[in-house]
Every structure is written in structure tokens, then in C-alpha cells.
Design a protein around this ligand. Structure first.
Ligand SMILES: C[S@@+](CC[C@H](N)C(=O)[O-])C[C@H]1O[C@@H](n2cnc3c(N)ncnc32)[C@H](O)[C@@H]1O
Length: 243
């Protein structure tokens, strides 16, 4: 996958060199192409922003340097272009999965008051938000977005099964996890996990996943088709909680 990032702060993306993503970049499963918007500045002062027409707060990234930056990308005519914005469609598990299917993706990281609307109208395929809050720039949103969708690119996470068993993989939250030692500050690991009985452990995990989802994100249960077994486990959970 080729990921092009239009940014005023390419140095922020050195964070991509760490961990599993860094390894995927080294293997060239993912290619990162950083496009420094400043190179396309209008003048020798490096100007890429200007005051908003009609007055108002802050500065806006200008259309001309952005257009040139986007057009400088070799795959530009066929590339899917995402503008990061708090006004965009909120990033979800399924959106991340969808984005992982593109072979060429361009991400625009805005700054200041954002980018000239005409760039959105003329070049952007979709706008994505990472949540209902405002960041000072799109770079950290881009890092979040890239991390989220890269997990779905085959080979990036060594064990693809762990992506499926993670939270949202099956539409539910994942239950609690434990590792050594068996006893930590007087708290023991649930006995069933030490039993070696795989069927029982699986049932415990499924129950914990349902319980956690019911307690923390009950609305998720409406979005998935539960199996007969899951319905039975949920009924058990609910009846025990009422008693
Ligand atoms: C200060 S924000 C601009 C906010 C804009 N003036 C508004 O009111 O909607 C500057 C840049 O940060 C990025 N940004 C801020 N919040 C974001 C969010 N929740 N999701 C994605 N990108 C965000 C975008 O790239 C945006 O262009």
C-alpha cells in the first residue's frame, strides 16, 4: 500500500518507524511518501496560508500549494484522497477496514483553521474525523488513522487472528486478559484460565466479552447478529445479575 501524506510537519511521521508498522515499512508492505507542503509555497517566505475571506479567526491553508502538492503524487489521478477534519465521518473499525483495501491513499493533514474548501470540493473523496474534539493539526489524526487501518493489511500484524479476536473484531468488546504471575497483590487469575479445559476457557471468554459489552457499550449488541449460544449466555448473565 502506498500512503501519501500532505503535511507541514513531516518530522512528526518519524513515529511510524516504531513497532509493527515500522517493520511493515521496512519490508515495504507499506510505503510512506511524505509531501512537505512548504515546498509548494507561493513565495520565498514559504507562504502556504492566508487570512479567511470575510474575516474571522486564524489562517487557512491555501488552495494553490495544496493542489500542487496533490498533483505531485505520481498516482494522483487514481488515488483515494482523505482530508482529516473534525467535521468528517467518524473513524470506526469498519471504516479502518475499508481504507486498508486501497493500494494508493493520500491523506491531507490540515493546520490552523483547516484547508480552503475548494480543495475539498475538487480533490477530496472523503473527510474523516478521529473523534468529537479538535486537534491543532491533522498529523496525529493521520498517525491514528494509519495505525488503525494498517492492522488490516495482511502481514502487518504477525497473527491476523488477533485482529479478529480484538475488540470490535466480532462486533463485541474483548474480555479481560491476564498473564504471569498467577497471583498479583492478592488477586488471582480466574481459575478457569488455569484449568487447561479449552471448551470451558472459550465459553468463559465469550461470556466475559458479552458481559463487558453489555456493561460498557450495550448499543453494540444491537448491531450484530448474535449466535444462539451467545443469546443463551446473555440470558444467563442477565438472570444472574437480576438475582
Ligand atoms: C484546528 S483544526 C481546524 C478546525 C476547523 N477550523 C473547524 O472548526 O472545524 C486544524 C486541523 O486539525 C485536524 N483535526 C483537528 N481535529 C481533528 C479531528 N477530530 N479529526 C481529524 N482531524 C482533525 C484537521 O486536519 C484540521 O484541518
Amino acid at each position: 500500500m502506498n500512503i501519501n501524506i500532505v503535511t507541514l510537519f513531516p518530522e512528526i511521521f518519524s513515529a511510524l518507524n516504531a513497532g509493527l508498522l515500522g517493520q511493515a515499512i521496512k519490508r515495504e508492505d507499506i510505503n510512506i511518501n511524505l509531501i512537505d507542503l512548504r515546498i509548494f509555497a507561493l513565495n520565498e517566505y514559504g507562504q502556504v496560508d492566508s487570512k479567511p475571506y470575510g474575516g474571522g479567526e486564524g489562517m487557512v491553508l491555501m488552495a494553490q500549494p495544496l493542489e500542487e502538492a496533490i498533483k505531485s503524487i505520481p498516482s494522483s489521478p487514481v488515488c483515494h484522497v482523505v482530508n482529516l477534519s473534525p467535521q468528517g465521518q467518524q473513524l470506526t473499525h469498519s471504516k479502518a477496514k475499508e481504507l486498508s483495501k486501497y493500494t494508493d491513499l493520500t491523506i491531507i493533514a490540515g493546520r490552523y483553521e483547516g484547508i480552503d474548501e475548494r480543495i475539498i470540493n475538487q480533490f477530496v473523496d472523503e473527510e474523516i474525523s478521529i473523534g468529537d474534539f479538535v486537534l491543532s493539526g491533522g498529523e496525529f489524526a493521520a498517525l491514528t488513522l494509519i495505525d488503525a487501518f494498517s492492522r488490516f493489511i495482511p502481514g502487518v500484524i504477525g497473527n491476523q487472528k488477533s485482529v479478529e479476536s480484538d475488540t470490535f473484531g466480532s462486533g463485541l468488546l474483548k474480555g479481560p486478559t491476564f498473564t504471569r504471575p498467577e497471583k498479583f497483590n492478592d488477586e488471582n487469575v480466574p481459575e478457569v484460565l488455569l484449568s487447561g479445559n479449552h471448551a470451558k476457557i472459550e465459553e468463559w471468554r465469550e461470556t466475559q466479552s458479552l458481559l463487558r459489552t453489555l456493561e460498557r457499550r450495550p448499543e453494540l449488541l444491537n448491531n450484530i447478529k448474535l449466535t444462539k449460544k451467545q443469546i443463551k449466555l446473555l440470558e444467563d448473565i442477565v438472570s444472574k445479575r437480576i438475582l
